[in-house]
Every structure is written in C-alpha cells, then in structure tokens.
Design a protein around this ligand. Sequence first.
Ligand code: SF4
Length: 443
Amino acid sequence: MTYFFETYGCQMNTAESAALDLVLKERGWQAAENGETADLVLLNTCSVRETAEKRVLGRLAQYAALKKKRPFTLVVAGCMAQRLGEGLKERAGAVDYVMGTSSRSVFPLILEAVEQGKRELHLSGEKPVFAFSSSHLEEGRFRSFVPIMHGCNNFCSYCIVPYVRGREISRDPSSIKEEIRLLASRGVREITLLGQNVNTYRWEGEGGTLDFPGLLELAARETEGSPIEWIRFLSANPKDFSRRTIEVMAGNRVFCRHLHLCVQHGSNRMLRAMNRRYTRESYLDLAAEIRRAMPDVSLSTDILVGFPGETEADLEETLSLMEEVRFLYAYMYHYNPREGTAACDLPGRIPEAAKRERLARVIALQKRHTRELLENRIGMKENVLIEGISRKNADELITRTEKDEMVVVSGSPSLIGSFARVTLSSLRGNTFRSKEINLCLGD
Ligand code: SF4
C-alpha cells in the first residue's frame, strides 16, 4: 500500500511527520509520488494562524473531489486536528480519521484497519496518551530533529500552541540518548533538540533531576567521537534561559554558535500584554551575556507587530531594540487574532493597513542589519555542513555554517553530508559564495 504526506507549520510537525513515516515504512508501506495515487493521504496541520487552517480546508476540498473518483483514506493530524477534533468532519466530510497531537499513538490502529479494508476504526474509548516516538529521522537525511519536549505552559496571550499541544511533557533522557545513538549509527552529522520551550526541560527520575543544561551535557557526551559534530536547539525562551545554559554552550564547540531567541517585541507594555514575562532590559542583558560568553554567536529572533493597543511609541521600542541587538535574521509577522487565546478579545485592534505598514518598517530595518552583518563576514573562513544540491544550479551545492548562514559552492553531490572548510568570498542576496571547498579532516 502507498501513502502521501502534506506537512504544514513548524519543525515539530516536520519531526512528527518523519516519525509517522517510519511507522508506515516499518509496516511495508511505500511512499507515493503524490496524493492523487496514494491509498492513504495524511495532512499534518498547523493552527498558529487562521490562514494556515484555511489552506488545509482548501486542500481537503480538493481531496474530497478526488475521493469521488477513487477510494482512499484521508487522515488529518497535527494542531488543527487537535483543536477541532471530530468536529473537523463537519467542515470536511471526506476526512476519515482525525488524529490530534496527543493521539498519534492510534496511528498503527488506523493503519491496521486500512490494511484490513475496514471502513471504520472502533477505539475502545480509552483516551489516547501522548508518547514520544523513538526516531524522527527523514530518509536520506544527515540532519535530524530530536524532540525533547511536548507542549507549552507559557500561555503567551496571542498563542494557540498551549491549547493544541497541551501542558509541557519532558522526554525521558534515556529515550533521547537512544535516539542520539541511533542517529549517530545512521551517519547523522547534526541534531536539533526540539521543543516549544526547551529551556524548561526537566526530568525527575530515579537517577535524580535533569534540567536543560544537564541534558545539553548529556547530548554532548553522547555525540563525542560520533559522526554528529553539531548540536542545535530550538525554541529557546528568554524568560527561562539560564546562566548555566550559557556556560554549558560556551564550554563545548559541539554547540553551534547560533541561537534563535524569540523577543517578539521591544516595548515592556506590549511584552506584559503578550504575557511574555520578561522585560526589554532583561532580554538585552541576556543577549549581552550570551555574546560575552560566545563573541562569535549569531542571534535570530521572532518579531510580532500590530498587537492590540500597540502605539507608534511601542513600535519605536521594537525598532530600537533591533538596532541594539542587530539580529542576523528574524521571522517577522503581524498580529492575527486566534479564537480561544487571551488576546483574541482585547480592545485596541490595529487596522490591517497600519499593521502592514509597521511590519514593512520592521522588515526594512532587519534587511539592512542582515546585509550589513553578512557583508562584514566576507573573506572569513568557516566550516560548513554540505546540505544538498542548489535548486538554482545543479552543479552547485548548498551548505550552511554553524551560525546558520547559507553558502553556495561548486562541488560534487557525493560531498553531501560532509563537513568542509570554505571562504565566504562574496555575497549574492543573503547567500555567500565560496570559490573553493576543502573537506574537513575525517570527512
Ligand atoms: S512560549 Fe509562548 S509563543 Fe511559544 S509556544 Fe509557548 S505560548 Fe506559544
């Protein structure tokens, strides 16, 4: 039997789709080229913005039309499935199974029913429990996400995640260790420890308590002498980012010198309204402390504009914070009300045109910073991980530095998955070009 996935949203969805893909492969299913020919189609969905859900409803309508021509099983997974539950079938009647973020454990039962040609699956009514998968490695990849947490307890007032992913659950460190060993045995070169808020990782076990810095040390020990030479983590929260985490990171070069540290806004008034629970000052102090410990670290962030009640003065605070930190890049977006979140009913909505105008100013400033920071790097030598063939030119390879900069270089596809030394010779857009490539020792 064959299957086809459409994965939307964040890295967590990408990791979870990879885990579901492995379940299918272990049962002998084959990946289909597209949804038009597959026996089972799964949409792993995102709810972070209304537009993301509308897009999925559009795809489901297309699959409904296809179902009139030939039978296949249609599964909706992820945050939208968790948010709407079985109610989703009222809006998309062609859907056979709705599998929320906390019920992926029923997937094998769904596959069994499909394999036996059963039209419906009768669950015994017990509430499926959330369980971490043992591997999240996408076939043929040498980089892998390693989820360490599920859910979020922070309830930022604009965010739907705590409602669709539930309370924070930290993964058993022995299961994380096993996955790292498995990935190393598969020749993986880079891992990303993944969670909505990795800094609050906490495992209480027989062996005592393990917090996030402790988990970083464990991961560093596990990767020593293995093909895994780079460790990243995502998403870090400034509110919980400890001095100990900085020390552990600074003390071991296996940790990539890049941090995505979401600030969202530069105004304390807005940070309070967003329930972010840190201040502009504490964020700037944290960024400065990180840079003192790791002067060559690159920082990126998320910025939200147009939150209800935001004034021109508030926006100026965001622009001035950006000037002070100078991020390598940022994900910038304007506020979208999400039903069920605390901010959804807040007064002082900003008109769409004003939101777009403010966003344009933030983007323009970030573009200038990115350009200036990258131009200052021209001529420097860096290690890169060779990730793949350039989409624009098949004779060129796409590589990435540990600072999360893209570098294009000519070379053979046989080098993909290797570490190499390059010179950041020139810049085209936000991508460096290197004239030469020298494989690193052992690669
Ligand atoms: S930390 Fe805030 S923005 Fe991030 S997932 Fe949790 S609630 Fe959402």
